[in-house]
Design a binder for this molecule. Structure first.
Ligand code: MGD
Ligand code: MGD
Ligand code: MO
Length: 666
């Protein structure tokens, strides 16, 4: 979450920049956000509510008024609820660039209606979050700003230069003043990797083995912190006797594809550091055994004792430390429990859920036709003639093309909202900078309008955003609750970190859990471990390449695809193959290629580069079908769950690449 300044001229946002007075943003915004004036003013924005006039997916619509749109939506919902009950409705709202009000109140609407509930975020962070929770507990990790106290930084499964730009710039700044070695562990030689002091091009999905190998060496060389282990951790004795003997350096080298010398070097640097900070990325968790990978890496600072040192430890997400009263907005009323729909199984559930089937879908602030695995199934589900779909978005997305009604959404610069970061310990009120373009309305506003028409009486649906935001502070107990409303609403950033007394652990034992009964309850082994996944092994025998999915530098999923400059900057949707793999297939840099497996095919441009190892095909970002030669990468990914958190396994995808001969006739 960056703190931004929007320059407004004559009611129009003309420029957006990082706030120079904010301690963490420090005047810097990434290449995407720097273009947010283009995003908010994009000529491609949807101007008015629209009603479908052509076939689903064809994108043919006519303009209607807001009253017509809201009347039709609520009349259809009421009829469906009368016939099939509220579970036939699904509110499918996610995050985009929104804060707590615009994201939360849409959830609040569907919670109060008693509809089927979205198990949100399984496309993103539920796997890593659950894995962290069973290991460290539902608490934040290291403060990224404490990196000024670190003497080693490990970026483990995160491309800091893409997804943690403020952290990255603080690291670079610190590096200019003193020695601060950076180690990057990533199957892609990312921009961060190129700037690293040590880069380990690990094989996808082998991080747990590497972390166990490092522990093995730390113990072997007397570099483990016995005092810390005894006081603050649970079950390391079992790891030491049952697991670590399986992971000597030579074995780890075989599993991870890394030279023994580099594994030794990593362990030596880590073991000798006084305060090493590990920035944990979600990258290592986007596959079948993702939870075990993250859990195992998050245990390392327990062995070194760095969880007890300022500037040491690890950081996954910070949000759990901001204990606001979210329920005030997200759960104003409604049944305590209701049927859940997993975010990443939208296609499956639209096609197969019964008693009742999903008959009405409301999509807000996400684009599942592109970003969900089994994208074919999602599109097939969205094409159902008997499904009533509403999409609220600033742009005519691939998903919106399937809607019966499209509602134009306001952008974050056009709304009031409360933001709390998930990569830093900051919270801030963001004031509306400009009036919504055209007839666009905010999520908050539309949720209230729909609630009123549906006869919901909860007070939250009548409050102005600022008054609703105050509700979040009622009953909150942590540092966030101490925010002074006057300062907050004047736009002053608020730091929400507790007083630092070492990494707190929120596990049942109150310690860092090497042995975790909660993990075992989720079906993971109670101890950290690494084993090959049988389904991946079978697929790898069938297909020669494995998918590596990583963020685009100039796109974030599809949220910036309405900015032509950024689309062009990112380039036509592409994949990257190692020169050996390209040569073996007679494919040249710049060729049009087809990526395929049993699930389907996608047409992309080829870049040949050794930034990935042989056997891997890298596809940065998820680009809409209209931008590629054909299709979108998630058409090749299954909706199988991760080992914990029921998350997405994009990288358990195996495939092949060949020349593109135009879309296949089906
Ligand atoms: N293959 C593969 N797939 C992935 C991933 C991967 O690594 N590999 N990553 C996954 C991850 S981490 C995530 S989080 C998901 C993201 O997937 P999505 O949540 O689908 O994210 P976006 O594509 O950014 O879609 C956000 C939409 O919200 C709209 N929007 C922006 N602001 C507002 C607003 O204020 N109101 C409304 N109503 N709409 C707004 C934007 O125009 C855009 O259409 O993708 C996942 N998909
Ligand atoms: N520019 C840009 N920024 C973004 C986004 C974006 O799309 N574009 N998306 C935003 C969102 S929604 C999210 S959730 C965050 C996610 O941000 P991060 O937590 O950084 O996670 P990812 O971007 O999924 O993956 C990061 C890195 O993990 C690497 N990786 C993949 N598999 C493995 C593995 O098996 N082991 C290891 N060690 N590394 C692996 C990838 O090559 C990639 O470089 O980023 C946010 N920021
Ligand atoms: Mo995400």
């Amino acid at each position: 979450m960056c703190s931004l300044i929007a320059h407004v001229d004559d009611g129009k946002v003309v420029r957006v920049q990082g706030d120079p007075d904010h301690p963490y943003t420090a005047g810097f915004a990434c290449g995407k956000v720097n273009r947010d004036a283009d995003l908010v003013n994009s000529p491609e924005r949807v101007a008015t509510p629209l009603k479908r006039v052509g076939a689903k997916g064809s994108g043919q619509f006519k303009a209607i008024t807001w009253d017509e749109a809201l009347d039709e939506i609520t009349a259809r919902w009421k009829a469906i609820i009368a016939e099939s009950g509220p579970l036939a409705l699904l509110g499918y709202a996610y995050s985009a660039h929104q804060g707590l009000m615009n994201r939360g109140l849409v959830n609040g609407l569907f919670h109060a209606l008693g509809s089927s509930r979205l198990q949100a975020g399984t496309v993103c962070d539920t796997c890593c979050e659950e894995a962290w929770n069973v290991t460290v507990g539902p608490v934040g990790g290291a403060d990224p700003e404490d990196v000024v106290h670190s003497d080693l930084v490990i970026s483990w499964g995160a491309d800091l230069a893409a997804t943690n730009v403020h952290y990255w710039s603080l690291v670079e700044h610190t590096k200019k003043q003193r020695d601060l070695p950076v180690i990057v562990i990533d199957p892609r030689r990312t921009r961060s990797a190129r700037a690293a002091d040590l880069y380990l091009p690990i094989k996808i999905g082998t991080d747990a083995a590497l972390a166990l190998g490092v522990m093995h060496i730390l113990v072997r060389d007397g570099l483990s912190n016995r005092d810390y282990l005894a006081k603050h951790t649970l079950g390391f004795d079992k790891v030491e006797t049952e697991i670590l003997p399986k992971f000597p350096p030579a074995k780890v080298a075989e599993i991870t594809g890394l030279p023994v010398a580099d594994i030794e070097k990593l362990a030596a640097m880590y073991g000798k550091a006084r305060a090493a900070m590990i920035r944990l990325g979600e990258g290592m968790t986007r596959l079948a055994a993702g939870g075990q990978a993250l859990r195992t890496v998050a245990l390392l600072p327990g062995v070194s004792g760095h969880y007890g040192v300022k500037g040491g430890g690890s950081l996954l997400l910070t949000a759990a430390s901001c204990d606001l009263n979210y329920a005030a907005v997200r759960k104003p009323s409604g049944p305590a429990t209701a049927r859940m729909v997993n975010h990443l199984r939208l296609g499956e559930e639209l096609l197969n859920m019964q008693d009742p089937p999903i008959r009405a879908l409301y999509v807000s602030a996400n684009n599942p036709a592109v970003t969900c695995p089994e994208a074919h199934k999602v599109q097939k589900g969205l094409a159902r003639e008997d499904l009533f779909t509403v999409v609220h978005d600033p742009f005519m997305t691939d998903t919106a093309k399937y809607a019966d009604i499209v509602l134009p959404a306001a952008n974050y610069l056009e709304t009031d909202d409360l933001y709390r970061a998930y990569g830093a310990y900051w919270m801030q009120w963001g004031r509306q900078a400009a009036k919504p373009r055209g007839e666009a309305r905010s999520n908050f506003d539309v949720a209230q309008a729909l609630a009123k028409r549906m006869g919901l009486a909860d007070r939250i649906f009548t409050l102005a955003p600022q008054d609703a935001a105050q509700e979040l502070f009622k009953g909150a107990t942590g540092p966030a609750s101490k925010a002074e409303p006057a300062k907050l609403f004047a736009g002053e950033p608020i730091h929400i970190k507790h007083d630092w007394q070492g990494q707190p652990f929120g596990t049942p034992s109150g310690k860092l859990e090497f042995y975790s009964e909660q993990a075992a309850k989720h079906g993971l082994s109670a101890l950290p471990d690494w084993n090959p996944d049988p389904i991946e092994v079978a697929d790898a025998a069938k297909w020669p390449l494995r998918l590596l999915t990583a963020p685009g530098y100039f796109q974030a999923h599809t949220a910036f695809s309405g900015v032509k400059f950024l689309r062009d900057r990112e380039g036509k949707p592409f994949c990257i193959l190692h020169p050996d793999d390209a040569a073996r297939r007679g494919l040249k840099d710049g060729a049009e290629v087809r990526l395929f497996n049993d699930r389907g095919e996608v047409g992309l441009m080829l870049k040949v580069s050794d930034e990935v190892r042989p056997g891997v095909v890298l596809v940065p970002g998820q680009r809409p079908s209209g931008e590629s030669l054909g299709g979108t990468i998630n058409m090749l990914c299954s909706d199988r769950y991760t080992d914990i958190g029921e998350g997405a396994t994009y990288q358990s995808t195996f495939l092949d690449v060949g020349p593109w001969k135009g879309p296949r006739k089906s």
